[in-house]
Write a protein that binds this ligand. Sequence first.
Ligand SMILES: [Zn+2]
Length: 82
Amino acid sequence: MLRLSVHDLKTMATCATSEAITMTKKRPCPICKRPRTEEFAPFCSQRCKDRDLAQWFGDGYSVPGKPVDPEQIAASDWDNQD
Ligand SMILES: [Zn+2]
């Protein structure tokens, strides 16, 4: 049987909380996984914000044609910018 003291439980809870905060801070843009910016949070750019909206309204993941990885699109777009 697993026996935990109150101290152990408190320590576990503290660790879980601090980890959750860290995860939130480090959570990247959900579209391209690059670091988000404050201006376009939770995305990194207007481009990704629009992309997310397009997916909601147009079900962008199931458009006809060749299946593409959204991350690949974002990466190539990014490369073309500079
Ligand atoms: Zn992005």
